[in-house]
Ligand binder design. Structure first.
Ligand code: CIZ
Length: 320
């Protein structure tokens, strides 16, 4: 075993193994402009992570907003938070490393109470999940008796426990439309709540939470792309209503992934969502042409190959 200058516990892989791994990484990461040198530099780390996964029988689930080196290099499954939590129920591994933010790892644990869920590194917050407490929900219920509470998946377990239904961006519209109620408490995303009110005509009582990453997308900021007839625009429901009113399509990342099964031919695609998702789509669909959103969730980017390796090799209380 060698200790590198970043003090990572990495085995001595032979030159051939490193070259093969670097080539595997480059094949995927070249679509994002990564160099062969960069791939050769990270190859020992991805080799060691993949070796540890086998040795310890651990599966890595990575959210679509993770960096491309995590997605291309070490993830076994990539997707949205509910999709990954459900996936975890179907795989044989009893230990899962979840690379995303903490409410997502918690959701995996809720659906897989018997499994051990590891997270890399320090606490990764979420501006939506951190905006509301269980006490806030109890007060909302007192103020609006009888109104069902629908909570977005970006919430803590305590907030989910106070709610009647937990939804994701993939099913929120259907849930609000089909609920047998005209007044619904929807928490904690103010933008999504306003979008749902307009799209369903229902009376939505919402909360003051925002996804900082999607909230900074404004019509002014994306004016060029929104006016360009060559670009098809598809926005996440966490975006401001002014954006949802202007785009051709809206939904969650699951809807965006499905759109790519049958995209409108000869048009560039602008997904107004976190850049990590766009990078993932560029790797999976090199035949298509994408616009960058440049929208970055800093909490998601706390996770790195290095802290994934440390969580696998020497897990601490903080990782579990
Ligand atoms: O559910 C998720 O993973 C989130 C937060 C958004 C999405 O649309 O995938």
């Amino acid at each position: 075993m060698v200790v590198t200058d970043t003090y990572l516990p990495i085995r001595d892989f032979d030159k051939e193994e490193i070259e093969k791994e670097a080539a595997r990484l480059y094949e995927k990461l070249k679509h994002l402009g990564f160099s062969k040198e960069y791939c050769a530099n990270i190859a020992p780390i991805t080799l060691e992570i993949n070796r540890l996964k086998k040795e310890k029988n651990i599966s890595i689930l990575a959210h679509s907003y993770q960096t491309a080196d995590i997605i291309a290099g070490v993830a076994d499954f990539v997707g949205d938070s509910l999709g990954l939590a459900k996936k975890a129920t179907t795989i044989p591994q009893q230990t899962i490393l979840f690379s995303g933010v903490d409410f997502m790892a918690e959701t995996v644990k809720i659906l897989n109470p018997e499994k051990t869920i590891l997270v890399p590194g320090k606490r990764r917050g979420c501006t939506l999940a951190d905006s509301i407490t269980a006490e806030d929900v109890r007060k909302l219920k007192e103020a609006h008796p009888g109104a069902p509470v629908v909570c977005y998946v970006n919430t803590t377990a305590e907030v989910k426990a106070e709610s009647d239904i937990c939804c994701t961006s993939a099913n929120v519209l259907k849930i609000i439309e089909t609920l047998d109620a005209d007044t619904i408490i929807f928490i904690p995303d103010f933008n999504m709540g306003q979008n749902l009110a307009r799209l369903t005509g229902k009376n939505i009582i919402t909360w003051k939470g925002f996804c900082k990453t999607h909230h900074i997308a404004t019509v002014k900021k994306f004016q060029r792309q929104l006016l360009d007839p060559i670009i098809v625009s598809f926005a996440h429901l966490e975006c401001r209503p002014e954006i949802i009113e202007r785009v051709e399509f809206y939904g969650g990342t699951g809807d965006m992934t499905r759109y790519l099964n049958d995209p409108i031919p000869d048009r560039k695609i602008l997904f107004l969502t976190e850049q990590g998702f766009i990078d993932r789509m560029k790797m999976e669909h090199p035949e298509l042409s994408f616009e960058d959103s440049g929208l970055i969730c800093v909490n998601m980017k706390i996770n790195t190959l290095e802290n994934i390796l440390l969580a696998l090799s020497h897990p601490t209380e903080e990782n579990i």
